[in-house]
Design a protein around this ligand. Sequence first.
Ligand code: C5P
Length: 224
Amino acid sequence: MKKPVIAIDGYSSTGKSSISKIIAQKLGIIHLDTGALYRGVTWFALQNCLNDDGSINLQSLFSSFDEIELEFKNDNGELVLFLNHIDISKAIRTNEVSENVSFVAKQKEVRDFLLQSQRSLAEKGGIIMDGRDIGTVVLPNADYKFFLTASIDERTKRRYQELISLGIESNERQVKENLIIRDKIDSEREIAPLKQADDAIVIDNTSISKEETIESILSYIKNI
Ligand code: C5P
């Protein structure tokens, strides 16, 4: 029997990735955090494609795609991203990457570059993918689609805690501003904007725990 393809979209810091990771373990399928791909390309640009004023030179980035080798290693069901053989899992969580990723992700060239690798990972089924455009663009025929939301204050708290646990210095005001700006750029961009798919199940998890969100998602997967 073909294992399910599950799309989880939603606003920044609604817990999409950590929730998807646990669901993947419970269902014995793989998990891809697509935000990590956009963060990876942004990290590459910050290392290699800067203008003199420190801003990202998009033309330089677009002409460097051939030099970007993205590799997924399966670590207990979690696809860990390596860029040119470097494990960038922690480097992509820095504030510098967070502050630039939505600008990079709104570029058509970047989205085209990353689209095919996401789709081909889902061809055999058995995957949960989280991001912003999974249910609408990447996997419009996914078996199950969910869209997560939560209040900005709750999301700020969660993201701040995540950064602290990673040992990344930050403050709540900065975190909140970054979430608001990213959501705005992600929702308003022309290509593959952040939006709920018409057939997605919406879950507001402001007042419910991560475990309850997982239970809720699993109940749909079992019942449909
Ligand atoms: O999920 P995460 O917050 O790590 O994503 C970082 C950024 O990557 C988002 O703010 C968005 O700009 C971009 N992204 C996207 N499409 C996806 C996943 C992430 O544009 N499918």
